[in-house]
Design a protein around this ligand. Structure first.
Ligand SMILES: *[C@@H]1O[C@H](CO)[C@@H](O)[C@H](O)[C@H]1NC(C)=O
Ligand SMILES: *[C@@H]1O[C@H](CO)[C@@H](O)[C@H](O)[C@H]1NC(C)=O
Ligand SMILES: *[C@@H]1O[C@H](CO)[C@@H](O)[C@H](O)[C@H]1NC(C)=O
Ligand SMILES: *[C@@H]1O[C@H](CO)[C@@H](O)[C@H](O)[C@H]1NC(C)=O
Ligand SMILES: *[C@@H]1O[C@H](CO)[C@@H](O)[C@H](O)[C@H]1NC(C)=O
Length: 387
């Protein structure tokens, strides 16, 4: 008798929580404009043509061009040319864009990088740059015309003048004074190029990147924990974190909601029912002076799993490498562990994720994989590919 009751309650709870799953959020698939590349577009970004409205945050719309490129149009830009998205870092909330006409300084000088009305701000590596117009006669030797710490802008230069850019005040003064260059403009710009962090300038600053950042919606913590960010509900702008296996699951807020909404009333129900049933059972069995011990094992609702990582044996099955003296690793790895950001040293033990061949310190990645089943770099799920 009581088994019937308890299983009915259990099914009710399972039913309630599964419908809550369905109602809570729409799970958006990662999207890419280029089927051959892993550059995923995910929340807060969205391609309106291919994804539904709740897959992205307002203002973060992107589009695809016919070559598989990802395009960004700034609302206050007076150029009809959209910018090309080169990369998005979801954990630092940064994006890198380039100019399809391969002349980023042209956009900067024409004030065509107007971020008004967009969710973006200038990236953290912004600096003040001086653009100078030097006549080639004054530059002298064409093979070593300008001092280091400067770059030419070939796309803005002409037959007898060269546009030069520098972020160093000393060099600016030197070029205006000694080389009689004419100051075009001094402007704070988020220019970025691959060697940026090493302090060296590219020879030519025409085809470089612009680095933008965004603050809202704040998904950093979620992404760093291996979750995927998304809207917490069917309407409104509140954002939640989905933390299970990387390709779905529920935002934390919804999970807590479930625990509070279904779990606690369920528990109260169950305790009441347990008392009721045990009362009945006790009455029924009184003459035998035997209380059925099966009544109490409580029928707690299934604990809701908040994170889903990999188990020890699975992690151990991923290839380990002891780094040699040459410290050489296959592409696309560079010499730094993306998790702890320290450089690999000879004889250190590294582990790679089979699916994507990304390397990490074994200690760092093991800890990560125990909590998250995805590669922290590319979000591939090794679990999926190995099973
Ligand atoms: C996006 O949608 C357009 C039009 O609906 C379609 O032609 C295109 O193939 C889609 N792109 C991808 C990558 O699915
Ligand atoms: C940027 O765009 C806004 C709105 O279109 C405009 O009001 C503002 O003057 C522009 N700023 C610059 C520096 O062009
Ligand atoms: C773009 O707009 C700004 C002001 O909003 C203006 O100063 C600038 O000349 C415009 N650039 C072009 C290329 O039209
Ligand atoms: C640089 O100066 C020359 C004249 O020396 C001029 O013709 C040219 O338009 C200037 N270029 C820029 C980008 O200001
Ligand atoms: C170079 O500048 C001179 C004037 O300083 C001008 O007469 C000449 O046409 C320019 N040459 C080119 C190729 O623009």
């Amino acid at each position: 008798m009581h088994h019937l009751f308890t299983s009915a309650i259990l099914s009710l709870i399972i039913f309630l929580s599964s419908t809550a799953h369905l109602q809570a959020v729409e799970i958006c698939q990662y999207f890419s404009c280029n089927k051959h590349r892993h550059d995923t577009i995910q929340f807060p970004f969205r391609v309106p043509r291919n994804q539904t409205i709740r897959c992205g945050y307002p203002g973060f719309d992107l589009s695809c061009n016919s070559n598989g490129g990802t395009l960004l149009k700034l609302p206050s830009s007076n150029s009809s040319d959209p910018l090309v998205v080169q990369g998005i870092d979801y954990s630092y909330q940064l994006l890198w864009i380039s100019d399809p006409k391969k002349c980023v300084p042209n956009r900067i000088l024409n004030m065509d990088l107007n971020l008004t009305g967009s969710p973006y701000g200038l990236g953290p590596d912004s600096a003040e740059y001086s653009f100078l117009n030097c006549t080639n006669d004054n530059l002298g030797d064409p093979n070593s015309p300008i001092p280091g710490g400067t770059s030419v802008v070939s796309c803005l230069s002409g037959g007898n003048f060269t546009v030069v850019v520098t972020a160093e005040k000393v060099l600016e003064e030197k070029m205006v004074g000694d080389l009689k260059c004419e100051m075009i403009k001094r402007v704070v710009a988020p220019l970025w190029w691959p060697e940026f962090g090493y302090g060296s300038y590219p020879d030519d600053m025409s085809d470089i990147f612009i680095q933008l950042s965004w603050d809202i919606p704040g998904c950093r913590d979620c992404v760093i924990r291996g979750g995927s960010c998304g809207f917490a509900g069917d309407s409104g702008l509140s954002v939640g974190c989905f933390l299970s296996g990387g390709n779905g699951g529920l935002p934390l807020s919804v999970k807590y909601g479930l625990i509070l909404g279904a779990g606690i009333p369920g528990l109260v129900c169950m305790i009441g029912l347990t008392f009721y049933i045990s009362g009945r059972v006790r009455a029924y069995h009184q003459h035998r002076r035997h209380v059925n011990s099966e009544v109490s094992p409580a029928i707690y609702p299934q604990p809701i799993i908040l994170t889903m990582g990999l188990d020890g044996p699975t992690i151990e099955s991923y290839p380990k490498t002891i780094l040699g003296e040459s410290r050489r690793l296959p592409k696309p790895s560079d010499g730094t562990c993306p998790i702890c950001l320290s450089e690999y040293e000879p004889n250190e033990t590294l582990r790679s994720i089979p699916e994507c061949n990304h390397y990490f310190h074994a200690d760092c990645i093991d800890e990560w994989l125990r909590m998250n089943a995805t590669c922290p770099l590319c979000r591939n799920s090794p679990q999926k590919s190995s099973s």
